[in-house]
Design a protein around this ligand. Sequence first.
Ligand SMILES: Nc1ncnc2c1ncn2[C@@H]1O[C@H](COP(=O)(O)OP(=O)(O)OP(=O)(O)O)[C@@H](O)[C@H]1O
Length: 887
Amino acid sequence: MSKNKLKNEKPESKKPKAPTPNPDVLKKDKEAEVKVKELVKDERTHKVMGVFFLLLSVYCFIAFTSYLFTWEDDQDKVFRYTTRELLIGDVKVDNLLGRLGAYVSHNFFYNGVGIAAYLFCYFFFIIGVNFIVGRRVFRVWRNVKYMIFGLLFISMAMAFVTNGADFPWGGALGNALDKWTSGFIGKTGTALLLLVAGFSWLIWKFNFDFKWPEKKVKPPKPVPVAPVAPVTPAVASTAVPTPVAATPAPETAKGNALKGDGGVVVIPPHEEDPEEEIPMTLIEKDDEVTVIPAAHAAYVPPVAPPVPPPVAAPAPEEEEEEELEEEEDPGPLLYVEDVEEELPPPPPPKKKNQPEEVAFEIKETFKDEEDEVEELATVRPVVPVDPYDPSLDLRDYRYPGLDLLENHNADKVVVQDTGELEKNKNQIIDTLKNYDISIQKISATVGPTVTLYEIVPAAGVRISRIKNLEDDIALSLSALGIRIIAPIPGKGTIGIEVPNVKKSIVSLKALLASEKFQNSTMDLPIAIGKKIDNENFIADLAKMPHLLMAGATGQGKSVGINTLLVSLLYKKHPSQLKFVLVDPKKVELSLYKLIEKHFLAKLPGEEDAIITDTKKVIHTLNALCIEMDLRYDLLKEAGTRNIREYNGKFTQRRLNPQKGHRYLPFIVLVVDEFADLIMTAGKEVEMPIARLAQLARAVGIHLIIATQRPSVNIITGTIKANFPARVAFKVSSKIDSRTILDIGGAEQLIGQGDMLVSFNGELVRLQCAFVDTPEVESVAEFIGNQKGYPDAFLLPEYVDDKDTDGKELSLADRDPLFEEAAQVIVQTQQGSTSLLQRRMKLGYNRAGRLMDQLESAGIVGPNMGSKARDVLVKTDSELQEILNDLL
Ligand SMILES: Nc1ncnc2c1ncn2[C@@H]1O[C@H](COP(=O)(O)OP(=O)(O)OP(=O)(O)O)[C@@H](O)[C@H]1O
């Protein structure tokens, strides 16, 4: 009863109600804004702009070209008359495009950049094309850079070359530049400067190969085999130059024999240049030169038979490829099949300005001892395909900034009263003295909420005696929440934690701003709080791999969950992470609704992504189990052991999406009130949770389960065994603390985010980072206002057997895929559920249900355990009859 009251009161206390706005006023403003925005975004507006720029380009081109022939006559007129007269007056000009043509050309040529004015035609043209096509066919900024260079260079060069000519070849800009440069570095200097600039541009653009005639290579003398005898893999890959130089003639001969196929190995002439530090070897392949360390020179690249270039990656035409870039469209998903022993893929078409693109994989092989000069390794080129970037779907996504979070005065250092520290210290010493316990040393570390007094007892004092004095020390310090750690693991001291009179808030903002968090490379970094020594506690949820949270009501659990969720939102892109939020209290996680299309996952057909209904929770948990099973299948097929390896392979395009492979985002399931669920659904919730907790870590599904009541019937042995990382806020009894942490202590915490974390076999006291509801709201709003996916991430469908059990198999109850499934089974004559799963891309439950329906329709026989069912219908026509009867 009181719980319900609390639940209902909470949202109101957290969110002050805003005054009701006048709907008319708001609507008008919004509408106007929307219309302008829509107009700007409208495809047709872009096309109109495109046509305008293209015509502008053509207009300028005609005007400029006409100007080349008419400038002498027109210039006079343009000079003589004012702009106004040119516009309104009746002046006759020769330019094909009339007075405006003459005027514009004169200004571009004479007052501007001379013949380089044609660059503007080109520029207007590319802008026009970009607008009309509706995407960035040409890169505007790159062209702007080229244009600026071109305008300066061409105008100056023309002015320099045509010095004194009547026609304004270089325009006013060229003349000014030429004049200044010639005065500054002289005529010859200017000529050299122009040559340098011109050549630099050409080299930059075309990256010519300047080849020096190569030295003739002396065929190496055959050397006795002895020195290379026992070669180990390590030796093979780090071979020093000497054995390489000793590579006998057959090797080189073999290398040369490869020339026709595009590969030559040149052995560096070590005898000639003994000083050379790192001998390098050139491998030439179809005009490409790659330098590899001479240690590998002994390895002859195997010659791959010519393979046509992959269809998915057509060879780009060099020049066009530079200009025509399909930036908006991430492009078809290229992939390279993971073929371990198959022929190496062909070398990629290489851009001239990327000389080092061919990567080499070195594979070591071993031959007969007598044949030491044989290949020690094979070097095969690997296709460098652009890695797949899952974030491209939301490429403009901006991560929330720290400005959305509050400091909560956390930057103000709360100075602890030294008098208080001294007083506590003396109290501790005196209390211990009363029990004849003397100490050698005492020191204090002031944390955000508690101060740790560390004592080193005198020799011979039994630790258990101090431990037993917990209550007495608490009494003498007249403070609640004293905790004695005897001994502090790894320190050899005894710790007494005493709450501070003045507590400081640890703001989440400070934690997220910390270098540790900013630079973290963890998969799922969560900023939890600060330790007593003020060190930030940032952990990887992926390694935990699940988190169990308990704490009596009002002690900071909800804040804790928000802290975890917000930290993940600050580090992850929507393509990398999805949350499944279960909130039986209905109000705690509702704020996250705003990020549904970015970060939330839900069941197909569900309206709300945040699950509040127990029945839907069961469905969702089972759907997660199906997702887990599907992910395991994918991992198995890909030959990978965990999500990291799998996604790695997928982004390298080594997995074929057409075979069902996809980029797997991490999924974090958050259950805000686990006790509620267990009370209402018991085993139905416990089983899938336990299954997920046991198995899901490798496939990137992680659980955060929170509960107010950490009693044994809620946190059962099965659950506990699979949640090695546990967090306890203040709980009401020692028993509760034991249930959650396997040790007492959580009952002595002081609340308000004071917590104990049991992780990696250590128990750490932390002050949980604080993030307030309005902050969470602004982060969620910031994300929610950005472009998201069309819908939340869809979990696999789960159909509850109980919903269909015992019912007659009427048409309405039959699965819509019934007919299709029947056809698959009859055509393949295999009564196998997994076949249906694979062929029809179904979850296990749905395929099983279909199979049961096929059984009741008499198409397959009964379940035979692990064996496939008998198929009772042999032909399509027989099946058709049955289907007709069922109608
Ligand atoms: N880390 C923290 N730092 C400072 N104050 C905190 C912290 N965590 C919680 N508090 C304070 O405690 C109050 C209650 O916290 P919270 O709402 O998280 O409790 P709860 O355990 O979720 O309660 P319930 O189970 O009833 O939802 C907060 O409103 C806040 O004032």
